[in-house]
Design a protein around this ligand. Structure first.
Ligand code: BT5
Length: 252
């Protein structure tokens, strides 16, 4: 039992010992009409995934692997804002529970001392003018030791326990994350993205710095100038051209 303090988020929880991906299950539930706040949590994912069908390593019992259904009344182009909102909420929760100060790397990574500890995957069911549901996938490395990461990501990945130097209880962290998401989400629905954007900027690395952005359309080098009101990255290249980037991998 999680002992939730939220009003709606997480009030229906589908818990699984083992799944392919909580993201797939949540998408199915959303399609079948599951209400906002429905949460799918698993101890282990056999086929956890990142963006572009990349793999998300989700071993048994050491992390938080969960997907949350939201139904915001927004057009699809505003959906990237929710990835950023959730990144802020998770960062706040991590800070509150562990004392660690995370950095957010646009669009969907949370770094602990420069290594990836959290990945967020936001997927939509939408018409061209209206979102039906947003499935927010959250993967948090909580208690892995360095040796428990596969070799190919050992140099870039970390866990809360590695950075904190002690094991972290998962239930209170999930509780705090849902509470923070709910708070920011209410603020977002009532007042828009502006105040969330300010919080986001407080956690963001790479703004004002040179970065390389790998997009599906190609690679752009430049200075990250900030984000737009819709949550796109503003990148200024060497010829002072401004690019608005919807999705990319960013190298610092
Ligand atoms: C992400 O993708 O970072 C989104 C990850 C979302 C995972 C959650 S878990 C619950 C829900 N159910 C799912 O099936 N997924 C969501 P992306 O930015 O594409 O990063 C993927 C890359 O991160 C991989 O190609 C690896 O390099 C690296 N990676 C894989 N597993 C990792 C881990 N456990 N920790 C850190 N990095 C990892």
């Amino acid at each position: 039992q999680l002992g939730l303090k939220t009003e709606t988020l997480g009030h229906t929880i589908h818990f699984f010992e083992e799944v392919d991906s909580t993201q797939r299950i949540a998408a199915k539930l959303a399609y079948e009409g599951a209400p906002e706040g429905t949460l799918v949590v698993a101890e282990e994912q056999k086929a956890g995934r990142g963006r572009l069908d990349r793999k998300w390593f989700s071993p048994k019992g050491t992390g938080i692997w969960m997907s949350l259904i939201l139904r915001p009344p927004i057009p699809p182009q505003r959906a990237p804002q929710l990835t950023l909102l959730v990144a802020v909420a998770i960062s706040q929760a991590i800070q509150e529970v562990t004392g660690l100060v995370p950095d957010i790397k646009w669009p969907n990574d949370i770094l602990l001392h420069g290594k990836k500890g959290v990945g967020i995957l936001t997927e939509l069911q939408a018409d061209p003018d209206r979102v039906h549901s947003v499935i927010v996938g959250i993967g948090i490395n909580v208690n892995q030791t360095a040796e428990q990461f596969p070799e190919d990501i050992r140099a870039i990945a970390t866990s809360l326990a590695i950075e904190k130097g002690e094991r972290i209880k998962r239930a209170p962290l999930i509780q705090e994350i849902l509470l923070r998401i709910e708070r920011l989400y209410k603020q977002y629905l009532a007042h828009g993205f502006r105040s969330i954007k300010l919080l986001w900027e407080g956690y963001a690395v790479s703004i004002g710095k040179p970065v390389t952005a790998r997009t599906l359309g190609g690679t752009i080098r430049g200075i990250a100038r900030g984000i737009t009101e819709d949550g796109l990255l503003i990148l200024e290249d060497e010829e002072q051209n401004t690019h608005y980037i919807h999705s990319a991998d960013i190298q610092l």
